[in-house]
Design a protein around this ligand. Sequence first.
Ligand code: IPM
Ligand code: MG
Length: 350
Amino acid sequence: MTDLLLLPGDGIGPEVIAEVMRVAARIAPDLALDERPFGGISFDQLGTPLSEETLAAAKAAKAVLMGAVGGPKWASAPRDKRPEAGLLGLRAGMGVFANLRPAICFQPLADASTLKREVVEGLDIMIVRELTGGVYFGQPRFIENLPGGGRRGVDTQVYTTAEIERVSRTAFELARGRRNKVTSCEKSNVMETGLLWREVVTDLHARDYADVTLEHMLADNAAMQLVKNPRQFDVILTDNLFGDILSDEAAQLTGGLGLLPSAALGLAGQPGLYEPIHGSAPDIAGKGIANPLAAILSFEMALRWSLQRTDLADRLFAAVGRALEAGARTPDIGGRLTTPEMGDAVLAQL
Ligand code: IPM
Ligand code: MG
């Protein structure tokens, strides 16, 4: 059985996954690794961004680690054949409904943020983003021609009680192991799904998680509070679209996307999907300057959440922190190291 299925994908994906493989060979040589085509490269080779073989391999592994997908090369591919469609298909196919996106400000990088050091120092937020529902998947969705000229585009935002409850459980459980606070974000002032979201979270909290502090915040206000006073947050619980936006914003608080991992989890016992939250970065792909830390930290999350190797995850997390303390920096965080040199810096600390 495969422990970790690697999906390097497109752009900088293969470069950063190569560094994960070096780290894995060092700290967990017993892990059974496998690799499959996914994203644009899979479209080029097989005519689809997500082949049945790759999806089957993902469901059969204990954990899946993706590099990145997409790029200008596939911008004009049919919509359902785009690399991004493959990613949504993988998330839905694996049933990974809870997306954990930590935003941690590593001490030595507090000056890499565009915000003042005193605002971001010590920041440790966990965004829990619903990942397999909402407007990303809701039907109907289409663009139609209007009789009198012009067109009409339709997306559907839809959530059920069950979808809201299961991701909320993940958020409450996580909060218990942290600072015990959940901030649930929606737009209940204007959206029906937002109103339902607020009611379901409130009910579940009263029923099973009354020991956790629960706060509701409108998503637009949350976006503002994130840059005003980000340390007020512990766990942020939100839907697919708001989670996409708020997690990019939170990433920038910590000094950029190059450092942030994510974990997408389904029901207990099912494989998790791990992805750096940066994209394929076509502008720097192939130059050997991408920051591999987000991918390495995604591997760290896989060790922790799917592979039951908390000991190794702790060691790896500490090694990344020490590498940064020792001054290791790729260009995105103000340094000159190449991707393999950043990998070396982490290996040196292991
Ligand atoms: C993310 C990305 C994806 C998303 C894209 C690539 C489909 O922005 O993981 O945040 O919107 O979910
Ligand atoms: Mg995004």
